[in-house]
Write a protein that binds this ligand. Structure first.
Ligand SMILES: Cc1cc2nc3c(=O)[nH]c(=O)nc-3n(C[C@H](O)[C@H](O)[C@H](O)COP(=O)(O)OP(=O)(O)OC[C@H]3O[C@@H](n4cnc5c(N)ncnc54)[C@H](O)[C@@H]3O)c2cc1C
Length: 807
């Protein structure tokens, strides 16, 4: 066999993801595609998947991707003539306690927000639908009628046939052994059957994706983990149309298969496979049956379905699949290589995701931009720390173990911590800080007063930190608070071409005089918001860029990939500076006490940057605010941050350290948008109410054309408050206008100054959302399946007197 000498796109891996990607590349884009599989199609993880297909996720875009899969599996046979085994059996999820039940009420609301049908039903109804089940311990169940099951191998073969029908060439028994590279670009794919020159490469190599990525210098942080299920002989009384069943409180799932049951689970003590390379000769590979490890699932499952105790065991499957540190899959282009895209790490929902993942990945690879907000699965959510295989393994096992635990709001991972600490860690800990972690950094979430245990106690209602955060919030509004935001991502862009480059990349006017700070969005070609950050002009040819901790890799990659080939240099300086945000009406008094510099409003106006000396260190001070109070972000050389912190804290004027949960409450009251929730690649600045931050549409920045071509707005960002303090907003609650669903919350929380819950989201109307449309409706929010009257707020709900902010 010989492989072609050239291809526009080479897809590596003949599992469901590779075949779906090849299918969409060929069908939707008419691309010249070659797919290479080292064994046989499906012979990796795909052939032994159990085949449950669920759709609802916490991200609207990912839910859309999964819904697309189902639509595709329904219609694919008509196109290819090959069955997919799709059966719309629906899915039951069981609840045996009140917290789980609240989780389902919230999920049902999320489903409604995302346009999916989901019902909450009683134990009696469950029994009618699934008579073999023991239901005496049930509070109830959720019922998703459009979920189902499919045959993983059949879908994959059907996709492969569809891909071939549209011109893709598929080769089995061809192993990719390396890449020919020119700098950070792949020029050729080396295989055991020769080299293929390629313009783009898509790495769909499943649990091998990490080692395939490494051959091109990219990091794909995934961990192969063993996963087991059993298949029984036929069980009398089991309907062939029985819904798939998830029993998370017993950590197990079930699916009907030829009259018997498939039963597996997610144990709290998962077993990793290798942290090194996965053997390439693992075609149709399985591990030996491990009944000792599986016993925990068997015990629980027999309590739920007693007929299992006497059912004959047909087979045990002990396979391996790639899991990731946050339980989400990995798509997109890694920073280290210009033309390798990845689709891997499917956390045992690759069959459910396959159709949709292939669709968006093909689009992404062909256009260079994700077609919708795929941040939750973007490979750029990781950073260099994810090169540590042991860390990735530990965190992945924690995520696997939590697959079926109750998802409490604000829950933090515990493994692999602390990983990165600011030099203030010990000082803040001594002040009873309770830390969360973001991209490896420990960050104070809140400070426990004496008498309150310094740890999070999770619950579905108000959690144990609620009062303490309220006190921090009030303190910032009346005195001043100091936030350790050292984890902020920071870059410098310098060189003669820097100003022009930023003018092209930023929608806002960042080319202002030296010393000015500008808040701006970076847009994609659809006008969607790819990043939201501040740019300080330090010199004619030098800019300092600050963005959120979690977006470090993503924003850097976006900027770097849109820079001219020469004339400017982008440097990540995150670790060079710690950041102390000094916020509150007393901020100026505090600052004046520690620096000789004139920090009056005249001398140091809003939206400017100056170097000032504190405790002998040269501090880059940016006058801005994310909390709606007078404030400065102090960027301090990391070696001096301890002394600067001590000096500030000794200055008096009521300054105290405060945490991120307080910050969130303050920003909600001030109506500041958060990227990745309120503003995303799906939203334009005009839809988000940020049109004021955007230059004229003839200014030639990326996305300007799309903004110019856009018609009247059909969705607009708005805020809502609730008077009923018992309703806890966490995001994704449905917005009702005159009783009709018009959107859902993108953020939710509590505003302590106004004493109300606050939520934000987009109000949608296909014939336009005018001011009058927004203002004239009568609104309610559906919170955990219950409707609460809401008030729409088009201005920030809390506005500290302008004089205080600006004076
Ligand atoms: C026991 C078990 C049960 C599961 N149940 C479900 C379920 O019910 N529902 C669900 O949605 N998901 C389930 N999954 C998950 C599902 O199987 C995976 O998410 C999915 O199959 C991943 O597909 P893939 O294409 O990414 O990977 P794979 O199917 O592993 O395909 C990757 C392919 O790349 C090839 N390859 C690797 N390296 C090279 C190379 N160098 N050159 C050429 N080819 C290469 C491999 O040979 C392999 O065939 C389950 C997984 C397991 C282990």
């Amino acid at each position: 066999m010989t492989v072609p000498s050239h291809a526009q796109v080479v897809v590596i891996g003949g599992g469901i993801i590779g075949c779906s990607t090849a299918y969409h590349l060929a069908k939707d884009h008419g691309a010249d595609v070659v797919l290479l599989e080292q064994g046989k199609l499906t012979s990796g993880s795909t052939w032994h998947a159990a085949g449950l297909v669920g759709q609802l996720r916490s991200s609207a875009s990912i839910t859309k991707v999964l819904k697309y899969s189902v639509d595709l599996y329904k219609r694919l046979k008509d196109e290819t003539g090959l069955e997919t085994g799709w059966k719309m059996t629906g899915c039951l999820r069981l609840a045996t306690n009140q917290d789980r039940w609240t989780e389902y009420k919230r999920l049902a609301t999320t489903a409604g927000s995302f346009g999916m049908e989901m019902h909450l039903i009683s134990a009696d109804e469950v029994k009618r639908m699934w008579p073999l089940m023991e239901v005496s311990d049930l509070v109830g169940a959720s019922w998703l009628p459009t979920d189902g099951q499919a045959s993983p191998s059949d879908i994959t073969q059907s996709l492969a046939k569809g891909a071939r029908m549209h011109g893709a060439k598929i080769f089995e028994g061809v192993q990719v052994t390396g890449f020919a590279m020119e700098g950070a670009r792949i020029t050729g794919v080396h295989t055991n059957k020769g080299t293929i020159l390629a313009e783009k490469v898509i790495n769909c190599a499943g649990q091998w994706a990490r080692q395939v990525g490494a051959m091109a210098g990219i990091n794909v942080p995934l961990q192969p983990v063993k996963h087991q299920y059993i298949i029984t002989d036929p069980i009398a009384g089991l309907s062939l149309d029985a819904p798939t069943l998830r029993d998370p409180d017993r950590r197990t799932y079930f699916k009907e298969e030829v009259g018997g049951l498939v039963m597996g689970g997610y144990e709290p003590n998962p077993q990793p496979w290798v942290t090194g390379d996965v053997p390439n000769d693992w075609e149709f590979g399985l591990f030996g049956d491990d009944f000792d490890h599986f016993e925990q699932h068997m015990e629980q499952a027999m309590l739920r379905v007693p007929a299992l105790a006497t059912a004959g065991l047909k087979q045990m499957i002990n396979g391996s699949e790639s899991f990731t540190p946050d339980g989400n899959f990995i798509l997109g282009r890694a920073m280290e290589c210009e033309n390798m895209y990845v689709g891997a790490g499917f956390n045992a929902f690759g069959i459910a995701s396959g159709g949709g993942a292939g669709w968006v990945l093909a689009e992404w690879a062909m256009t260079g931009e994700a077609p919708l907000d795929l941040w939750a699965v973007d490979i750029l959510r990781f950073s260099d720390m994810h090169r540590d295989r042991q860390w990735v393994c530990d965190r992945t096992l924690e995520a696997y173990g939590k697959h079926y635990t109750i998802g409490f709001p604000h829950e933090e991972y515990t493994s692999g911590r602390p990983r990165i600490v600011s030099p203030l860690y010990d000082r803040l800990k001594a002040k009873r800080a309770v830390f969360g972690s973001k991209l490896g950094w420990e960050r104070p979430n809140w400070f426990a007063p004496q008498g309150v245990e310094p740890r999070d106690i999770y619950s579905m209602g108000r959690q144990n930190w609620f009062e303490a955060v309220g006190a921090e919030h009030a303190h910032v509004r009346t005195h001043a608070g100091l936030f350790d935001q050292s984890s902020f991502a920071k870059y410098e862009l310098s060189g003669p071409a820097a100003a022009d480059a930023l003018a092209h990349i930023c929608a806002g006017h960042v080319g202002r005089p030296v010393g000015r700070v500008t808040y701006t969005q970076l847009l994609n070609t659809r006008g969607g918001i790819e990043a939201d950050l501040t740019v300080a002009r330090l010199a004619e040819d030098r800019f300092y860029i600050v963005t959120g901790t979690g977006f470090r890799t993503h924003d850097y990659a976006w900027i770097a990939s849109h820079l001219p080939a020469a004339g400017c240099t982008l440097t990540d300086v995150t670790e060079a500076y710690g950041t102390l945000s000094l916020m509150g009406p007393n901020a100026r008094d505090v600052l004046a006490a520690v620096t000789q510099q004139n920090v009056s409003n005249m001398a140091f106006p809003f939206g400017t940057v100056q170097d000032i000396a504190i405790a002998g260190a040269q501090v880059r001070a940016l006058r801005l605010t994310y909390v709606g109070e007078l404030g400065w972000e102090l960027h301090v050389p990391i070696s001096a941050i301890g002394e600067v912190y001590d000096e500030l804290m000794a200055a008096g004027h009521g300054l105290r350290p405060v945490g991120y949960r307080c910050l969130e409450s303050l920003r909600l009251e001030k109506g500041y948008r958060a990227w990745s929730s309120d503003i995303t690649p799906n939203d334009t600045p005009h839809e988000a109410g940020l049109g004021w931050a955007v230059r004229k549409e003839n200014a030639g920045f990326i996305g300007a054309q799309a903004l110019a071509n856009a018609g009247p707005l059909t969705k607009r960002f708005a805020g809502f408050t609730l008077d009923d303090a018992s309703a806890v907003l966490v995001g994704r609650e449905t917005i009702l206008r005159d009783g009709v669903a018009v959107g859902y919350l993108t953020s939710g929380g509590y505003g302590y100054s106004i004493g109300k819950s606050i939520g934000y989201g987009y109000v949608r109307n296909s014939s336009g959302v005018s001011d009058d449309f927004l203002a004239s409706g009568s609104y309610a929010l559906v919170v955990a399946s219950q409707s609460y009257p809401a008030e729409i707020i088009l201005e920030a709900p809390f506005d500290p007197s302008n004089s205080r902010v600006k004076a």
